[in-house]
Design a protein around this ligand. Structure first.
Ligand code: ADP
Ligand code: MG
Length: 231
């Protein structure tokens, strides 16, 4: 049995359908999707130790099965540059989580490497009652939310499918570079789309997957948030 199976079985045992971010990211790693390095801290001091080991700046995030949208719960603090900032953020995140949902069980606080800013894209998957596993791609923020500029394919994808999902976006020209912004690594996006296709085909129990955002660079791409829902 591979790691992905183990994680999904464990969640089912605990009666959870939403995997925790560290679980979803461990699955990403198994499918060769690059993610920000992370560790789950159970105390302020542990968070500080992990931050030092990762190198500053870091990002702290709440880990709770009851909190799916971490930002809404005041559960994400980015760009923490010192041990003091990390310890303060740890406290604030726990307080915010309690305020947001007093019944939420807290697994810990995720300490992770902060990915430099660049173009943010979204890679997703939903299991359609008719078509089965599908893969979605779009640019982050307003492009998805307001302009609905997204593309879908039925999985499994060929590399040609993945490439056409990218090039047919209205916002494709942004990915090719504009003004002082260089072109992003299209191959890195293709490879993430292919990995997601493989993952959801191998695991029909995955009902929804969201890599939101994936930050894409001139060379390479990094998934900074991952969410997986199983049946
Ligand atoms: P949410 O559960 O609210 O979607 P995210 O993990 O996506 O939480 O964090 C919210 C935002 O914070 C992201 O959209 C991204 O812009 C930023 N962010 C989160 N993690 C990182 C990271 N490791 N490096 C850089 N930016 C990050
Ligand atoms: Mg997110």
């Amino acid at each position: 049995m591979n790691k992905t199976d183990k994680i999904i079985i464990q969640a089912k045992k605990e009666g959870r359908t939403a995997l925790l971010e560290p679980e979803a990211k461990a699955i990403c790693i198994e499918y060769d999707i690059p993610v920000t390095k992370f560790n789950v801290a159970k105390s302020e001091n542990e968070a500080a130790e992990y931050a030092k080991a990762l190198g500053f700046p870091v990002v702290l995030k709440i880990v709770s099965p009851e909190i799916i949208h971490k930002t809404d719960a005041g559960g994400v603090k980015v760009n923490l540059k010192t041990v003091e900032e990390v310890k303060a953020a740890y406290k604030t995140i726990l307080e915010n989580a309690k305020k947001y949902n007093a019944k939420a069980s807290i697994v810990g606080v995720l300490v992770q490497e902060m990915a430099p800013q660049s173009t943010e894209v979204i890679v997703g998957s939903v299991k359609d009652p008719t078509f089965g596993q599908t893969v979605m791609f779009g640019l982050g923020g307003i492009f998805v939310e307001m302009l609905k500029d997204v593309t879908f394919r039925v999985a499994p994808l060929t590399e040609q499918d993945a490439l056409s999902m990218i090039t047919e976006l209205k916002a494709y020209s942004l990915l090719k570079g504009y003004r002082n912004t260089p072109a992003v690594d299209i191959n890195a996006i293709v490879s993430t789309l292919m990995s997601v296709s493989k993952l959801v085909m191998a695991h029909p129990e995955i009902k929804e997957l969201d890599l939101n955002p994936v930050i894409v660079y001139e060379k390479g791409a990094k998934t900074v948030d991952a969410r997986i829902i199983v049946e």
